[in-house]
Ligand binder design. Structure first.
Ligand SMILES: [Zn+2]
Length: 261
């Protein structure tokens, strides 16, 4: 297989509808793409080149449960692409101790503002704001279990289980370290996403998914607002739809208990 190049990637992104001025959130698994000329940075260069300076590129740079969060050095645990984006000189990282995002482009600073005052993936969180701006979601070699905007939909659906932590020992607050220092309360910590694959069928029924193939990876391009609206529709039909069936999952078991009480 020919390695992917900057030009071939730009062509593929363009054909999905990613172009000058596009705002998007990218969830990715680089290894699923196959060989790339120049490696991971080529993918970032191609995305930035497609959207131009009027566009906005956003990636999760989540750190999850940790002792403390330093925006300058805490590595992203959500893939190599996001880790490299975070290290770019013009990147802006939001101050959130578990679910920070990194953005490059027009509006990046405003998007990241005050994230520590909001639930990581709740209403008015950066991912919600991207959706409200008409932004899209690019799933690059990953499925909807990686689509964090589904958590935003759970918040809009006002699910009763949002405050249940991932595990009983989950901290109530985590300090932000570095140049800004503060203790940040963790509001509605995002739960388990292992069942989020179910949203795909509903999005397909709504013809909301544009499919593509880039290198070896299946990719999906979807509007953020569609994901939020499909999630609230799904939860209206079945309030347990997004809970996983693993009986050892504390978050989903406790959530079920609450729904069925
Ligand atoms: Zn679960």
């Amino acid at each position: 297989m020919e390695p992917l190049t900057r030009e071939s990637l730009i062509e593929s992104f363009n054909s999905l509808g990613i172009r000058t001025g596009t705002r998007l959130v990218v969830h990715s698994s680089l290894r699923n793409l196959g060989p790339i000329d120049g490696g991971a940075d080529t993918v970032l260069d191609a995305l930035i080149s497609c959207i131009g300076s009027e566009g906005l590129l956003v990636m999760p740079t989540f750190t999850y449960q940790n002792e403390g969060f330093n925006p300058d050095i805490s590595p992203s645990k959500t893939g190599i692409l996001s880790e490299l984006l975070r290290k770019r000189p013009d990147a802006v990282r939001s101050l959130h101790p578990t679910h920070s995002i990194t953005a490059i482009g027009d509006g990046a600073v405003a998007l990241c503002e005050d994230h520590f005052l909001k639930p990581g993936l709740g209403i008015n969180s950066p991912l919600d704001l991207v959706a409200k701006m008409g932004g899209g979601i690019l799933l690059l070699g990953v499925g909807h279990t990686s689509n964090s905007t589904v958590h935003v939909g759970e918040a809009y659906a006002k699910m009763s289980y949002l405050d249940i932590p991932f595990r009983p020992s989950y901290p109530i607050s985590i300090p932000i370290l570095g140049s800004v220092q503060m203790e940040v309360e963790l509001l509605d910590p995002p739960g388990c996403s292992r069942a989020f694959g179910v949203i795909e069928a509903l999005l397909r029924k709504r013809s909301a998914i544009q499919d593509g193939l880039i290198g070896k990876a299946l990719v999906q391009w979807i509007s953020g607002e569609e994901v939020i609206s499909a999630t609230t529709e799904l939860l209206r039909m079945d309030d347990a739809a997004l809970l996983c069936s693993d009986p050892t999952c504390y978050r989903c078991s406790k959530s079920r208990e609450r729904l069925w009480r």
